[in-house]
Design a protein around this ligand. Structure first.
Ligand code: SF4
Length: 432
């Protein structure tokens, strides 16, 4: 092992994995190890894998195999694999890809730092080496999940729900704000379960406390769960100017017999009641959701019901996943009867319905002045987002760079003058 390894941490999967990698990278920094974002420059690689669904597992395995090829060519001295795929399939991976030096599970910071000959700095575990542009990031408020969704393997990899202590999260956010972070995206497997260990879910209290931290301008709620959405959280989102009028609430489906089979703990009627309540109590709210198509007992009737629902509710943003058969999940016994091409067709149909909805919603914003944060400059355009756009998954706003002085990470008032189905075009009104 080189005395001072040059380490590259490769992160696959979701924003929760990114937060884990950032914690690890900070610990490697504290141990004076060299970090590089470019794997080609590294002599050691840590691959933080994803094991969620087939396509993600495939990407993880391919990334491991590419690293093994580099090692065979003598370009790499050490390969460490960690994260969800490794947590779930460690024994199989050890047998099938023995060229990897060490396999660890999720949140294995100490083991990985020790593997490089370093020591974990416990007192600084909340600190992170940011990998997002420094004005926005994610705050992972809990680990694991208590929900029994029949198709989901995440509890097998991340365990049961565990809220992070509130004082730790406030300290972490203060450190992030001191680094220039202005936008916090709240994440977890089920963020609405936050604090349940205390006998009362208290995400609203956490949002209040984060919102008074200097420098924090936007707080956005992702991964809310529909069946136990706290009332006080609705009031907090509606009443706190720093909390974005935005809720990401994966619904997965709407047909009652599928929701029952998915063990989502909610019905179509109660889902619609919740969405109506959110829209009534939080004016101009942006609703994002995700659906699964091709679930084992999804027939044409159930799929048609889902399409009607999407047409009726008119979500602002949707994501659609093809059902992925996952071992050891409760519904595995039903197999995967819906053909891949049928799943593909259903995904395309749903996304086309949404495309029209998104186009008309964007058109309704033309002429409006909106607060925008600038993420980047791409050629002739500054790329930004409004409160209605979560980073990396939603639309963007493009502002022509007519020699205007704009700074990445700053807020500006922008007037919308055009759009396409997903993005907006705006011109600066004044800087904030
Ligand atoms: S809420 Fe359901 S789908 Fe989401 S992580 Fe938990 S078990 Fe999986």
């Amino acid at each position: 092992m080189p005395s001072n390894p040059k380490i590259s941490v490769i992160t696959l999967g979701c924003s929760k994995n990114s937060v884990d990698s950032e914690r690890l990278m900070n610990q490697l920094n504290l141990n004076k190890f060299d970090l590089t974002e470019n794997p080609d420059e590294a002599d050691s690689i840590v691959i933080n894998t994803c094991g969620f669904i087939d396509s993600a597992k495939e990407e993880s395995v391919n990334t491991i195999l590419s690293a093994v090829e580099l090692k065979k060519k003598g370009k790499l001295k050490k390969i460490i694999v960690a994260g969800c795929l490794s947590e779930r399939y460690m024994e199989d991976l050890k047998k099938e890809i023995p060229e990897v030096d060490s396999y660890f599970g999720t949140e294995a910071y100490e083991e990985i730092v020790n593997a490089f000959g370093g020591d974990l700095k416990y007192e600084l575990i909340g600190e992170r080496h940011l990998t997002t542009p420094k004005h926005f990031t994610y705050l992972k408020i809990s680990e694991g999940c208590d929900n029994p969704c029949s198709f989901c393997a995440i509890p097998l990899m991340r365990g049961l729900h565990k809220s992070k202590p509130m004082d730790q999260l406030i300290q972490e956010t203060e450190l992030l704000a001191a680094k220039g972070v202005k936008e916090i995206n709240i994440i977890g497997q089920d963020t609405t379960d936050y604090g349940k260990e205390s006998g009362k879910r208290n995400l609203a209290e956490l949002l209040t406390k984060i919102s008074i931290i200097d420098g924090i301008e936007w707080i956005r709620l992702l991964y809310a769960y529909p069946s136990h959405f706290p009332e006080d959280l609705i009031d907090e989102i509606a009443g706190n100017p720093k909390v974005c009028k935005y809720v990401d609430i994966p619904l997965q489906h709407i047909s009652d017999n599928i929701l029952k089979s998915m063990r989502r703990g909610i019905t179509k009627r109660r889902t619609i009641e919740l969405l109506n309540k959110l829209r009534e109590r939080i004016p101009d709210i942006t609703l994002r959701t995700t659906f699964i198509v091709g679930y084992p007992n999804e027939g044409e009737k159930e799929f048609a019901e889902l399409c009607e629902f999407v047409k009726d509710i008119k979500f602002d943003r949707i994501g659609v996943f093809n059902y992925s058969l996952e071992e050891n999940t409760p519904i595995y016994i039903l197999g995967d009867p819906v053909l891949p091409e049928v799943k593909g067709e259903r995904k395309a149909v749903l996304m086309n319905i949404q495309k029209e909805i998104s186009q008309s919603k964007n058109e309704s914003l033309i002429g409006r002045k909106m607060k925008v944060i600038i993420d980047s400059l791409d050629g002739n355009f500054f790329i930004g987002r409004t409160e209605k756009d979560a980073p990396e998954v939603d639309g963007e706003i493009l502002i022509k760079n007519d020699n205007i002085k704009m700074r990445i990470g700053n807020f500006y008032d922008v007037e919308i003058y055009d759009c396409n189905e997903y993005d907006l075009f705006g011109k600066i009104v004044n800087s904030k």
